[in-house]
Structures are given as C-alpha cells and as structure tokens.
Design a protein around this ligand. Structure first.
Ligand SMILES: Nc1nc2c(c(=O)[nH]1)N[C@H]1C(S)=C(S)[C@@H](COP(=O)(O)O)O[C@H]1N2
Ligand SMILES: [Mo]
Length: 404
C-alpha cells in the first residue's frame, strides 16, 4: 500500500484552491478509455474533501458535513483508492462471470442495467482504517492517517448479486465469490495487479426481505457512479468493510476457496502486537464492528459555556439482524451518561445520526460517546492496538475547552 501521510491541515488549503481553479463543466469526468493516473486532480472539482494523498487519491470530509444529512452528498463522501482511478467507457465495459458449471459468461453494462431487476438499497460504506489516527496516537501506524471521516451513507442502485449469479449453474462445492477490479495497482515488489476481494457464498446469495442486500451498483445517490467511486460498476456489500466493495468491477469468480488477491489474503487482517501466527492463518476482516463518533463540535474546539448540541453518527455491527438501539453521551469522562436522541431510522448495515443537548461548563474537558446495539452489546471502551490500525471503535472522545 502506498500512501503519503500528510495531516489534514497541511493539504487542505492548497488542494481546495486547486479544486476551485478546476471548477466548471458537469462535475463528472468525461468517459474515455482506461487512463492511468493523470485524471485524479480533475476529481477535486466535485469533491470537498481533505485529501491525504493525490496518488493514490484518498480524502475524507469535514466531520460537520457528515451529520447534516442522513444520505451523504457526493461532494462530502470519502474516497479511498490503492492505485490509479481507471476511466472506463460505458460501451467498452464488460463483466466476466467465471467458475460456473459451464463456460465463462460476459455481461455488458447494458445487460446489467436492463436484464435484471434494479434494486435501490441504503447502506453505509466505511473503511477498515477509519479512526486510524486515534490508534496511531498510542504507537505510529503506517497507512492513510484517517480521522473519523472515512465513512459515508448512500443509496446504491443496480442488480442483486444473487440475480446476476442466477445466470449460471453453481456447483455445490462453491464457498466463496471473488471480485476483481480494473485498477492497476503497483505493489511494493513492483508487480502490478488489480484490487480484489471475496465474500462467503452465503452472504452473496442470501436475499433478505427488509435488509440491504449485496448488489452490483451502477448508481450512487440516484446518479451514475462517478469514476472515483468505481464507475461504471462496483460491488456494494452492506455490513462489510469498504475493502470488500470492489470498484471498477471486471470479474466475478466462483470458487471453493477465498480470493488469493493481496487485499483479501494478506491485507485487512487484525495483527495484534503479540501475534505469533503466520499471516495466512489469520482471518480476513468482513463485517465492520459497532462504532459511534462525535462529529460536532470539532475536536479541540473552544466553546462558550451553555447549552450545546452534540451530533454524530453511530454504526451497528455489520451482522444480520443487528441495529443501533441506544447512543449515550458523557461530559464527565464516563462517570454519568445521558441518552442521545436518534434522529434517523434504525436499519441494519446503516448508520444512525444522533444528537444530544448538553449544558457545558468550564469544568467540562471532553465529550464521550458510546453506542449500544439491539442485542445489548455496548461499544468497547478501548480497542487493542493492531499493526495496521484497523477497526478502531472505542468510545469516541472529543476534547474541548469551555469558556465561561
Ligand atoms: N478496485 C478497487 N476497489 C476498492 C478499492 C480500491 O482501491 N480499488 N478500495 C476499497 C476500500 S479500502 C474502500 S474503504 C472502499 C471505498 O469506497 P469509496 O472510495 O467509494 O468511498 O472502496 C474499496 N474498493
Ligand atoms: Mo478501506
């Protein structure tokens, strides 16, 4: 994984200036053949993000923007890339379906848009590295120095993976479905390979009546996917870390094994400080854990004493049947807690925005938040440090100064 690690304040002003100079046109990239690199700065014109790196393009929004609407507008939706953003012409796009009993099948974009029922789901996308900076405060961690903004909630539209896989005969020994993207990622050893992932066949084929199911998304928030979010087609795997929702989807492969792709086989595993087992014996991360963050006020801000509305998001664990049931806020370092109001609907695999009015006095040094799910499980007070800085989900702490 190649990333630079500048802090938000270092890049924002220059990048935002560049973005405003590029403003104009439709806000969408012109479609052409695959073009590696070079086009990323153009994306800045429809993104209002703090960019951590340009090559590859990685950026997250201001936290205050995340709590303004249940559905995150495109301009404030984080972007996470491991390599260049391919630009794929709609008419040149094809998806291959491999591993059926029988020959490989190919679907065009038009096939995906017209031959299958189009389903719209609402689901939260979040990066396994969200909140990495908090874990890195204990001991430095390489990788994009994400704050709490590597998360967004969107509607996604396209065919169900289950329907697409019904195109062929699946042999009974199939256990996993692999996804492969079209982005040429150069690995540290110099080899070039696309991003990939796999999910268990059960997750791929189960269609829940009232839950967001796994889809091949052609649209995000009611508009065709933009290049940086995986146009023309990406996977959306609700409940799973973002890395399983492969963008620029080129191949779906059925197998009796998990994907050998680096991003499933090696990366995205929890390696604790005292881990002795070899990497291959560790399980890949699939479901995201319960989480909650304070988005407003901003960390380290100075506030006037008096009543303040605290706002944030809470995410249930990405497990079937699990929802956010309660969010609590503490202004006395966890001695007492008060229940926040849950301002958006309760849904599996989807965040809930919450708010809490608190009377702040100069004695208050921090605000804490913790969420509880529908099975009564509480967000943990601490998250054990791990070498990659994944799944930081401890009680979120927002240090503040209150002036009399
Ligand atoms: N092909 C491809 N798919 C990818 C990635 C990538 O680098 N290449 N990044 C993954 C990761 S780690 C995340 S968190 C999500 C981010 O999706 P977004 O950029 O649309 O927010 O995309 C996932 N899918
Ligand atoms: Mo990610």
């Amino acid at each position: 994984m190649t990333t630079t690690s500048r802090t938000a304040s270092q890049f924002s002003r220059r990048q935002w200036l560049k973005a405003s100079l590029l403003l104009g046109a439709s806000g969408y990239l012109p479609l052409g053949s695959i073009r590696a690199w070079g086009n990323e700065p153009l994306l800045l014109k429809h993104k209002k993000l703090h960019f951590h790196s340009e090559k590859p393009l990685n950026g997250e929004p201001n936290l205050g923007e995340l709590v303004k609407s249940n559905i995150t507008p495109l301009e404030h939706f984080y972007v996470r890339n491991h390599g260049p953003i391919p630009e794929i012409a709609a008419d040149a796009y094809s998806l291959s379906l491999e591993g059926f009993v029988g020959p490989t099948q190919t679907l065009s974009l038009n096939d995906l848009a017209t031959k299958f029922k189009q389903v719209t789901i609402e689901a939260t996308m979040t990066c396994a590295g969200n909140r990495r900076t908090e874990m890195a405060a204990q001991k430095a961690i390489k990788g994009v120095q994400w704050k709490e903004g590597a998360i967004g909630n969107a509607t996604w539209t396209g065919p169900l993976l289950n329907d697409v896989l019904a195109q062929g005969k699946i042999s009974s020994d199939i256990q996993h479905v692999w996804f492969e993207g079209a982005d040429p990622i150069t690995e540290p050893d110099g080899s070039v390979a696309p991003f990939g992932a796999s999910i268990r066949i059960k997750k791929a084929l189960t269609v829940h009546k009232d839950l967001p199911n796994v889809i091949l998304a052609l649209q995000m928030n009611g508009k065709p996917l933009t290049a940086e979010h995986g146009a023309p087609v990406r996977m959306v795997v609700p409940g799973f870390i973002g890395a399983r929702s492969v963008k620029w989807l080129k191949r779906i492969i059925l197998s009796d094994k998990t994907s050998p792709n680096h991003y499933l086989a090696d990366a995205y595993k929890i390696i604790t400080a005292d881990e002795k087992r070899p990497l291959h014996d560790l399980k890949p991360i699939y479901e995201f854990p319960i989480n909650a963050c304070i988005c407003e006020p901003a960390k380290d801000s100075t506030l006037k004493a008096g009543e303040q509305t605290i706002r944030g998001y809470a995410l249930p664990m990405g497990e079937t049947g699990c929802q956010i049931a309660k969010v609590e806020v503490s202004i006395d370092e966890g001695k007492t807690w008060s229940e926040a109001s849950l301002d958006t609907p309760s849904r599996a695999f989807t965040w809930r925005l919450w708010s809490s009015k608190q009377k702040l006095t100069p004695e208050v040094k921090s605000i804490l938040v913790r969420a509880t799910d529908s099975l009564g499980r509480v967000q943990p007070q601490t998250t054990p440090w791990n070498t990659k800085g994944y799944l930081q989900n401890s009680w979120h702490r927002c240090a503040i100064t209150v002036e009399a």
